[in-house]
Structures are given as structure tokens and as C-alpha cells.
Write a protein that binds this ligand. Structure first.
Ligand code: 9MR
Length: 459
């Protein structure tokens, strides 16, 4: 009886295996794919819900080229939000804004390719939050508790009671002179130091408990004419540079925390040392010499090398870290590296930033994300800052801050923005006064989405 039962179970098992093999005929993959059809996206919900918007997100569908998003106030989708009836998207999320507060919204999404459109995803309901007037905006320096938030300044902005003064004191914990602590301003003619602007900036910082990052001791673009056209010997030229570095660091000892000792020494192409009056007169090891002079003048000040395109130009990045490695091998004192973040709304990627950051961390350097501004119009294709571009700019700043915030405390120093208001950025005159909005404040001192992006990057 028992044997008979086992035998019939055995036959049943063989039979069902045979049936399974038959129905899953592996001979024709396309038949299987077309019989399954294009899958529907899975809606993973809404995030970043505020009183006026939310972000809808969904999963990627195999073989889909794009997605169609419907948003409605009505769960049966009999009417649609303007622009959101089958809105075509190639991304897996959409930031929706301009909505009413405490209101229900519904969204669903379909996958699309050249042959078909999938059925709808499940419907997600989102309720926007209560408004209650504008939310209090956290000050950048209060939100960033583990590093300085800096801004570049000009001495004439620092009058007590000015709008700049008010915003600086509220938002920023560090300042850098945009140009008034460079050599052509401090030492315009041989032997005649002019400390008026640099003192005004440093005194303002001290009076208001703000850190100062010094910028920049040696930069080929800020050499005073008398030194550019120097007629003395190379040894005398080197002594002039040493005297200058010593004078500046001595004057600001204990007042200025850090200096960009040499700025932009590496060429954009070829990974070579930029040929300047400094390399010509002091030799290719002039960078190391300047760091030595600085350390001799002030044993405590932090010494940075500062350059641009570090995250996006691989050849330059390699050359910069080689320069630093050579300095370290020769026991030349260097504390940190500044990545000038003159970037764009669509570049660099998080991966590019992390790669460059990791190279600095591997070498135990402090990191300064210096000179941050984010071009919203690098291809000159817009004439006003569109909502879409403002959001893309905001998201890029959020990524920048998140990457920086994730580095170990010991390697953090500051993120410094290069200017306060859009209309006063160096970028406008530099690129023939084109339309650009690269900063955190607009021309009326109003906070932009970019500012929110900075705060969100800290969350
Ligand atoms: O933004 C600065 C501009 O106001 C000055 O006229 C110029 C020359 O001193 O320098 C600009 O700042 C540069 C910085 O010192 C180094 N990196 C590139 C910046 C933009 O050119």
C-alpha cells in the first residue's frame, strides 16, 4: 500500500516535470518577450513633499524608452494637471511644483517604447502639506555644523547695515577676498604695501567672529606690473616673492586661518606646469619654494594649493596630485587642496567629484570646495532662469554639498561660494555679459532654489 502510494507520487512528479518543460519551450525568446509585453513601472511613492510640490518616482522598466506621467486632482484621472496628461519623460522621477497646499494629488505612470505602451502603474496619492506662510529658512552656517560656509567679498560691501553685511553675518562663517588680498592690490608698486582693503576685510571678519581664508599669495593673473617686468636677477626676484609672502603672513598671523599659497599652477592641457614669470625666474620648483616661504613665516597657518577643473579634467587632476605628491615626498609643507567649483548645472557628476575627493583623502589633505558658482546657462540657450534650470542648478548644488558633507571631519574645511548675488558674479563680464544666474541669491538679494539645494545637501 505504502509502496503503491510512493510509486504514484513518483509518476505524478515526472508527469508534471514533463508538462513544465513543454510549456516553457526555450526555443524562441522573442515569443516569450512579446507574449509578456512591456511591463508597467512600479511607483515607489512620492518624496520631498512640501506645501507646494512633491517628487514622483518609479522604477525603470526593461526595454522602455520613455515614460508617460499623468497627474490629477481626481483619482479617476478625468481631468489632468496642466502639462501632466501623458507627460513624456526619460527619467525615473519628476519634481512637481506650483501645487496647492493641503490638497490631494494622484499620479500614475506608463512605460513606452517604439512598439507599445504598458498598462498603468498603480496610482499613488499624495497630500501636499499645510503652508502656514513661508517656512523659516535655516542659515547656511547653522545648517553646516562641521565645516565653514564661506563667501568671497569686496571691502566696499562690508559697511555696517548694508544688505551684504546683514546676509554675511546671518549666513556665512568664513570670508575670502574676491581680489583685494592678491599681490597686485597689496603690493602695487615695489616696496609700497597697501593694506587698506585687506585690513578692512580681516578686521570685519574678526569683529564679527568670521573665519578668513586668504586668497591668493601667488597667482600668475595678479602679478603687479613691476614684478611682471622685473629687471633684477632671478635671485632678487625670488627674494621679492619671499619678502612678500613673509610680510603678508606675518601681518595676518593668528588672524587669517588659511591661504591659497599658489593658485592655478597647472595647465589645462598636457598635465604640464604653467609657464609663468614665477617658473621662469624661480624654476619649475617655484611652487614648493612658495610653500616653504609660507611655512617659515607662519608655522600654524593652513597652506592650500588651489585650482579649477580638478573634478572634470582628468589629465589636470593627475598632474595636480603628482605636484602634491612630489611636494610631500620632499617634505614640503602642504595642508590642503582647494577645488575651485566653477561648475555647471549638469557637470561634474557625483562620481567625478567623489573620485577627485578620494584622491585628496588618500593623501590626508584638507579639502576646500572653493569658488563655488554653478552656471545655469553654459550653452547660452535661455534668456531667463527657467524653473526647470533653477531646479537642475539646485540639484547640482545639493550633490556638491552632499559629497562634501560625507568626507571625514578631519579633512573638512569649507565650502566657499564665489559671490553673493547673481548679477555681480565674475562670470557675467568674463563671458561678454551673457545671461547667467550662478549664485545662491538673485539680484534683489532674494534666496534662490540654489540656496535650498545647499541646505538639502546637508540633510
Ligand atoms: O572673481 C575675481 C574677479 O573679481 C577678479 O577681477 C579676478 C582678478 O583678480 O579674479 C577673480 O577670481 C578668480 C580667482 O581669484 C581665481 N580663480 C578664478 C576666479 C575667477 O576668475
Amino acid at each position: 500500500m505504502k509502496i503503491k502510494f510512493i510509486k504514484s507520487m513518483y509518476l505524478l512528479l515526472i508527469g508534471s516535470l514533463f508538462a513544465l518543460v513543454n510549456c516553457a519551450d526555450p526555443g524562441d525568446d522573442t515569443d516569450i518577450a512579446s507574449s509578456i509585453g512591456l511591463g508597467s513601472p512600479i511607483t515607489s511613492g512620492a518624496y520631498d513633499v512640501t506645501s507646494s510640490g512633491f517628487t514622483a518616482s518609479w522604477t525603470r522598466v526593461y526595454k522602455a524608452d520613455s515614460y508617460e506621467l499623468d497627474i490629477s486632482k481626481d483619482k479617476n484621472f478625468e481631468t489632468f494637471l496642466a502639462g501632466y496628461q501623458a507627460k513624456s519623460l526619460t527619467t525615473f522621477n519628476e519634481e512637481v511644483y506650483g501645487l496647492d497646499e493641503t490638497t490631494d494629488y494622484f499620479f500614475r505612470v506608463r512605460a513606452v517604447n517604439s512598439e507599445e505602451t504598458s498598462s498603468n502603474s498603480g496610482v499613488i496619492q499624495v497630500t501636499t502639506l499645510a503652508g502656514g506662510g513661508p517656512e523659516p529658512v535655516k542659515a547656511l552656517k547653522d545648517a553646516a555644523t562641521t565645516f565653514f560656509v564661506g563667501m568671497s567679498v569686496k571691502a566696499d560691501q562690508l559697511t555696517s547695515g548694508s544688505k551684504y553685511d546683514e546676509i554675511l553675518k546671518r549666513e556665512f562663517s568664513s570670508i575670502t577676498a574676491e581680489y583685494e588680498m592678491k599681490m597686485n592690490i597689496i603690493l602695487p608698486t615695489k616696496g609700497n604695501y597697501d593694506w587698506s582693503k585687506s585690513d578692512a576685510i580681516v578686521d570685519y571678519a574678526i569683529a564679527n567672529g568670521i573665519n578668513v581664508h586668504g586668497h591668493a599669495l601667488v597667482w600668475h593673473n595678479s602679478v603687479p606690473d613691476w614684478l611682471k617686468n622685473y629687471t633684477g636677477t632671478n635671485a632678487e626676484f625670488e627674494q621679492e616673492v619671499k619678502d612678500y609672502i613673509t610680510a603678508v603672513l606675518t601681518r595676518y598671523k593668528g588672524k587669517v586661518t588659511s591661504w591659497d599659497v599658489v593658485n592655478e599652477a597647472i595647465n589645462d592641457a598636457g598635465g604640464t606646469l604653467r609657464q609663468t614669470v614665477f617658473s621662469e625666474k624661480m624654476g619649475d620648483n617655484y611652487v614648493a619654494k612658495c610653500f616653504q616661504f609660507a611655512r617659515e613665516a607662519d608655522p600654524d597657518v593652513l597652506l592650500f594649493y588651489n585650482d579649477y577643473s580638478v573634478t572634470t579634467n582628468d589629465t589636470k587632476q593627475t598632474a595636480i596630485f603628482k605636484l602634491i605628491d612630489d611636494m610631500k615626498t620632499n617634505n614640503v609643507p602642504i595642508d590642503g587642496i582647494g577645488f575651485q567649483m566653477h561648475i555647471q548645472y549638469n557637470s561634474p557628476s557625483v562620481n567625478q567629484m567623489e573620485t577627485a575627493v578620494n584622491k585628496a583623502l588618500d593623501r590626508g589633505l584638507k579639502l576646500h570646495f572653493s569658488e563655488l558658482d554653478v552656471r545655469a546657462n553654459p550653452n547660452k540657450d535661455i534668456t531667463t532662469l527657467t524653473e526647470e534650470r533653477a531646479i537642475a542648478q539646485k540639484n547640482k548644488i545639493k550633490e556638491v554639498v552632499a559629497v562634501y558633507n560625507a568626507i571625514p571631519q578631519a579633512n573638512k574645511y569649507a565650502i566657499s561660494v564665489w559671490g553673493m548675488k547673481d548679477n555681480e558674479s565674475w562670470l557675467l563680464p568674463f563671458y561678454d555679459n551673457y545671461n547667467e544666474w550662478p549664485l545662491l541669491y538673485d539680484s534683489n538679494f532674494e534666496i534662490k532654489k540654489a540656496h535650498t539645494g545647499f541646505l538639502e545637501g546637508l540633510k
